[in-house]
Design a protein around this ligand. Sequence first.
Ligand SMILES: *Cc1c(COP(=O)(O)O)cnc(C)c1O
Length: 472
Amino acid sequence: MLTHDPTRQQLALERATELALAFLESLDTAPVCATASLAELRRRFAHPLPDESADPVAIIEQLSRDVAGGLLGSAGGRFYGWVIGAGLPAALATDWLTSAWDQNAGLYACGPAAAVVEEVCGGWLKDVLGLPAHASFALVTGCQMAHVTCLAAARHAVLARAGWDVNRDGLAGAPPVRVLTSSEVHGTTTRAVKLLGIGTANMVVLPSDPSSRLAPTVLNEALSHEAGKPTIVVLQAGDVNCGAFNPFPELVPLAQEAGAWVHIDGAMGLWCNASPELRHLLAGAEAADSWATDGHKWLNVPYDCGYAFVARPEHHRAGMEHRASYLVHADDARDELDWTPEHSRRARGFATWAALRELGRSGLSDLVARCCRYAHDIAIRIGSLPNVRVMCVPQINQGLVRFYDARPGATEEDHDRRTDAVMAAINASGEAFFTGTTWRGMRCMRVSVSSWRTTASDVDRAVAAAERALEG
Ligand SMILES: *Cc1c(COP(=O)(O)O)cnc(C)c1O
């Protein structure tokens, strides 16, 4: 039988520290791609669950051996795929402590320090992201659940305005809610629309202009069609392909005057408020009704971490609030479960607090500016190689390049294949890691920089890897 043994615990944590440090140390030299195949990984792990118990040190040593080659180097500085941040040292260490403390951060009564630290995080985040001080907030698993949280508030508000109580009466028989958004919308918004029972058929995806922005005339036209219908408008602060921002100073008042709720997907873009050079991109965003962003991307908090904010707390709370006689509800403190979709939950505030504290205002501003500079350098330098074109010059930390098939008469499909082939060759080199996208019908390689660990020398290595891939 397993009983408490302090030595056993100590040995396991000490060994985990050694293994973790060795892993982090290897990130600058190890291949950034996976080198073990699916079949190999399955072969290593697919054993029947043994009957007998095992020693903790032996377990973590075996696990460390068996994951080798199956971990991406996304915690390092040479990873430019999707939108992935690493973990800041204080945030990672605090995340370990969070597991050791093992608080259930659903209620103040269940984790008093965790509740107070989340309160502080909420204030700090609103401050650095440029959001109104009166907004309510929730720390959730990522931007996906931040959308769900914010759009639940939105659904409650637009239906309440139409005289319908969605909490009590549900959606069957309710006035239909529509969601107006642009072609830059992220799939997580669509998923939130499905989860909340609004339905994708009630989503109108409006065409963006050539610079990936939704024009006020286009939104205006959509709003005036079926005026008075409960409406949620979802706008982008930094889209996943080009990092484009919608023109908030025009769009937000337009939508709100028409009675719509405005939600902003700021997974990346909200962090631009931390940088004086980029802050102008967010002008007018503070007037929206709700905002969603991530902690595990640009803030470099370990997975998983996201943030939801709602300008009118009563709608946020109406979407989530929970009471039960066996729980202990606080009178003057903040019970997290009144704001989050989870019930029992990780004390996610600690790592966020540590990341913000480690960076400070100047460190955050520098991190944002540095990632943008490196994304720009990678895209421009790779884009200047033969038969490469920059399709989107990064204005923030996202950009697109496309590789061209130099054979005479090559078609767009040939360029698509060339793009995927060059990207695969770069990734196979283990020097840098990129992922692709189909943008306006064309395959492109995305350049995405969100890691605090990326350096100028990592940028050189990415460019050199692309050069070699093009020669190969
Ligand atoms: C990553 C991303 C999301 C989803 O965030 P998760 O943290 O993965 O849930 C939403 N919108 C945009 C623009 C993103 O880049």
